[in-house]
Design a protein around this ligand. Sequence first.
Ligand code: GTP
Ligand code: MG
Length: 197
Amino acid sequence: MKIKTAEFVVSNSKVDQCPNSTLPEYAFIGRSNVGKSSLINMLTGRKSLAKTSAKPGKTQLINHFLINKNWHLVDLPGYGYAQVSKSTKKVFQKFITAYFENRKQMVCAFVLIDSRHKPQPIDMEFMEWMGENGIPFCIIFTKADKLKEKALHKNIENYKAEMLEIWEEMPEYFITSASAGLGKDEVLDYIDGINDQ
Ligand code: GTP
Ligand code: MG
């Protein structure tokens, strides 16, 4: 898929204030700082469509972007951000889960996982929650440029083994690097495939 237009639509903290539209929607979710906003910029080829930061907790709202006038891409705040107060954290969690539970247009979520780390309980718990609630998702391993090929594949194999203890099969997954442009075509073609169904 070629991205011809990418426009910011709206930011908000309430799912009922998200665009009243029937366009299919793809959400990017994962721990704070995993690279959600950077990946969105890489996929859309726009340097600063989504705001990024080296400091975790940059994205705090549900951000809708309209792509090619026919689907929405959604940048979400990170879950499991330790440096916010407990009450703020709860608000994050609640509107994130409310978004997934209520947003019928959401056809596939991309759960971003930092390829450098071994499986983290919070990511496993989040994906289990997605599964229990019947929310379709894929995995995106991010920041692949930060590891050597061998270490990267070892980490992914390790991840697969742990996933297979919970799931019968490994969800669809992609390996990306926002800084190297890796995985762009694969993710966009996957979205295109669903939109064409
Ligand atoms: P929150 O909005 O805080 O939840 O974070 P986020 O998941 O949107 O992460 P963001 O895209 O803001 O990136 C966090 C940091 O990681 C920034 O310093 C990025 O430059 C860096 N980063 C993101 N993706 C990559 C990547 O593929 N490779 C490398 N080397 N750095 C990356
Ligand atoms: Mg962000």
